[in-house]
Design a binder for this molecule. Structure first.
Ligand code: TYD
Ligand code: MG
Length: 468
């Protein structure tokens, strides 16, 4: 029997310790260490090739001809998985032999997305095995029936024991395995309950071996709870080839798929989906959808163009400023960074002279989208100033700009791409940082039919927009 050792692994950052500590030395979190039994490496294995000639390959000579991808048939998922040029065409989809972790809150649509993908992939590459530790075969069938899935090559199995799963994989010989979810899988030779660090690690290692030896692609579903604390995802991030995060507000129809790690593609791409009665549908034109419920001439509504990866996304920032009856007026943000938003409010108060002290302020990004980049600052400022003064911003205006502490408006990256998207959707004017305006002019960028207003301070932006 192989000798074993005890290790203590942090479920938050996967840092390994030789003994138990109250606090993780890696990330500083308290009470996150879990005991794990690991096989002890005895003698170092003999080095193969010792004495012989070992030749490294020239990087540019590495053959890419057999680097394949299997399309999942869901355009937005393929986009996030990445693409490679292959025989003259851009091939996108999942890489054979890779492991992809799909993480997200419960109920966000992970099982739905992978059931749909399983159906499509099986029609192109053959057998797909969908293993669920959470739902019975009947439950999966009833969902797939609703989704209109009928491929003869999708196999389902309700199993949590990883040894049984290996046997099923041997029998079915799938090209793609979906494991829903990694937290329900159990390796008998490992300690701990399903979902513990030890189990998740042991199971992930087994799937890694399966993927690499059989050349099949493995999708692992991982749940994250509110604190992002469940053992799975963090510990897994090191093992898997790609981590896709599925985000969105469950009460809203839109979902965003983001790659937070991707060995075979860019982490800049996002995929946008809409959840409906027939499952998830890719949204190729998210900006138009996000703006479709806008009322137009409302005070406190401002459209900005944010950049999600390489993709411009037009979103509506809404502000409601109302007299407060509380000693400490309320500040609330949805879809925006709270600290950044309060900074913008302080700039409005101090640098522009807009009194907000006795007001409740609610800020929101419509459609359940989260915007974390500072390029949204000026839109927050103008929406708030507009709501305070009860003045509307022209609904055909798009606003860009980061706000600095001294009230200056700073340039945003890729202004050109953002404005082109706005122009495409019918926006006729733009309030942008003057540095961006200058470089647009220098580069000779054409934005037909769009009137550009360059601003260098928030005060200037407020005055030019509301004419006060
Ligand atoms: P699910 O994929 O089970 O989420 P997860 O696996 O991430 O926990 O689906 C989540 C929700 O989506 C569920 O509450 C029902 C809803 N849903 C639809 O609205 N339309 C559909 O076609 C399907 C299959 C699910
Ligand atoms: Mg599920």
């Amino acid at each position: 029997m192989a000798k074993t050792q005890i290790r203590f692994i942090c479920r938050n950052c996967a840092h390994e310790h030789l003994q138990w500590w109250g606090q993780c030395a890696g990330c500083g979190e308290s009470g996150t260490l879990e005991e794990v039994t690991v096989a002890r490496a005895s003698m170092p294995p003999p080095r193969s090739g010792e004495g012989g000639r070992v030749e490294a390959q020239r990087l540019r000579d590495v053959n890419l001809d057999d680097f394949k991808r299997w399309p999942t048939g869901i355009s937005e998922l393929d986009r996030v998985l990445g693409s490679t040029p292959h025989e003259g065409v851009n091939l996108s989809g999942v890489v054979p032999g890779s492991i992809v972790l799909l993480a997200g809150d419960p109920g966000i649509g992970k099982s739905t997305l992978l059931t749909q993908a399983a159906d499509n992939i099986s029609q192109v590459v053959g057998p797909v095995l969908y293993v669920s530790g959470e739902e019975s075969a009947q439950q999966i069938r009833s969902r797939s029936k609703r989704l209109g899935i009928s491929s003869p090559d999708v196999f389902v199995l309700n199993e949590t024991d990883i040894d049984m799963l290996d046997t099923a994989i041997e029998n079915t010989r799938p090209n793609v395995v979906v494991v829903d979810s990694i937290q329900t899988m159990r390796a008998v030779d490992s300690t701990g309950a399903p979902g513990s660090v030890a189990q998740v690690r042991a199971c992930a290692d087994r799937f890694l071996r399966t993927a690499k030896t059989l050349g099949c692609a493995v999708f692992l579903v991982g749940h994250v709870n509110k604190e992002g604390a469940i053992a799975g995802p963090r510990v897994l991030e090191h093992t898997v080839d790609a981590v896709l995060q599925f985000e969105g507000d469950r009460s809203q129809a839109y979902r965003i798929l983001r790659a937070v790690k991707n060995r075979f593609g860019s982490t800049n791409e996002i995929g946008v989906f809409e959840m409906g009665g027939m499952g998830l549908t890719p949204v190729e034109n998210p900006s138009a959808l996000l703006l479709s419920e806008r009322h137009g001439n409302e005070p406190g509504s401002v459209v900005t163009a944010t950049l999600e990866g390489t993709r411009p996304l037009l979103v509506e920032v809404q502000a409601l400023v109302a007299p407060s009856h509380l000693t400490q007026p309320r500040r609330s943000t949805t879809g925006l960074d709270y600290n950044r938003a309060t900074m913008v409010l302080a700039v409005l108060e101090k640098r522009v002279g807009i009194r907000l002290g006795a007001q409740d302020i609610f800020l929101n990004v419509a459609g359940g989208v989260k915007v974390t980049e500072p390029g949204v600052d000026l839109a927050v400022a103008l929406a708030t100033a507009g709501s305070r003064a009860d003045l509307a911003v022209n609904p055909e205006t798009v606003v860009l700009g980061e706000v600095g502490l001294s009230g200056e408006v700073r340039a945003v990256p890729h202004a050109e791409r953002r404005l082109q998207e706005a122009a495409r959707l019918g926006f006729r004017s733009a309030v942008i940082p003057s540095r961006n305006a200058r470089s647009l002019k220098e580069n000779g960028t054409e934005l037909p039919g769009m009137k550009i207003t360059a601003v260098s301070t928030v005060r200037e932006a407020v005055e030019l927009t509301f004419g006060s």
